[in-house]
Ligand binder design. Structure first.
Ligand code: PEP
Length: 259
């Protein structure tokens, strides 16, 4: 756990799963199990079609609501898109930006990730900006250059004043949905590299305020070891966030490390 005042954040990315009735049921279970604790920040990110229903389930709890994507414009002729203002209207407070699945399947590049990050910050949302290398990039010695390019690209023009709001998720692409996890030591070494880059980009004071989550097959069995690393400030959880018990036991590990 961080020795600085960064509250751990456990975020569930439900991806394209669950209809609104199923999403409401899962949200209810999570609220019942960890909805009143205050030691750890928790957020769940359902599909757009379930946001309104889930918003009503979490409204009186300490569970935050997140979206999985957004457009950078406020409104206009962008068929099929959703703006930050529309998310705010549903009491959304976090938004995942530049997930590797969006970079890969929908051709999102660093410039688009940057535009969305700036729009999210301006709308007072907390962007969870995803970065991470593929196995090929790691094996060919490009890990640091890829992380550097993605982080610098995402944060172009971002003010250090927004550091409290900003969340970075380090998600090695080879660990997402594969059951393969970076070792806690490997993950910590990339997180500490990201912290150093943040310091170069935003200044040291701001860099120490930014939360850096780890994502990639985090589950109850490996959460505590990952979350206890100095620069790992939480987790972005895919598969394990679809089961209330698995997700809340990760939250419990974070609570244990925070108290
Ligand atoms: C993710 O998609 O952000 C993720 C980390 O997925 P999983 O936990 O399933 O690897």
């Amino acid at each position: 756990m961080s020795t600085l005042a960064r509250k751990l954040l456990i975020a569930g990315n439900w991806k394209m799963n669950l209809n609104s009735a199923e999403a409401s049921e899962l949200a209810d279970s999570i609220v019942n199990q960890v909805g009143t604790q205050m030691e750890v920040a928790v957020c769940i990110c359902p599909t757009f079609t379930s946001l309104e229903a889930v918003s009503k389930r979490v409204v009186d709890s300490n569970i935050g609501l997140g979206a999985q994507n957004m457009h950078f414009e406020n409104s206009g002729a962008f068929t099929g898109e959703i703006s930050a203002e529309m998310l705010r209207h549903l009491f959304v407070s976090y938004v995942i930006i530049g997930h590797s699945e969006r970079r890969d399947y929908f051709n999102e590049d660093d410039n688009l990730v940057n535009q969305k990050t700036i729009a999210a910050l301006e709308a007072s949302l907390k962007p969870i900006v995803c970065i991470g290398e593929t196995l090929n990039e790691r094996d060919s010695g490009q890990l640091e250059s890829v992380i550097h390019r993605q982080l610098e690209g995402a944060l172009l023009g971002v003010s250090p004043n927004h550091a409290d709001q900003l969340v970075i998720a380090y998600e090695p692409v080879w660990a997402i949905g594969t059951g393969k996890t970076a070792t806690p030591e490997d993950a910590e070494s990339v997180h500490s590299f990201i912290r150093k880059l943040l310091s170069d980009i935003l200044g040291i004071e701001a860099a120490n305020k930014v939360r850096i989550l780890y994502g990639g097959s985090m589950k109850p069995e490996n959460a505590e070891a990952l979350l206890s690393q100095k620069n790992i400030d939480g987790g972005l959880i895919g598969g394990a966030s679809l089961k209330a018990h698995a997700f809340t036991s990760i939250v419990d590990s974070a609570i244990k490390l925070s108290s």
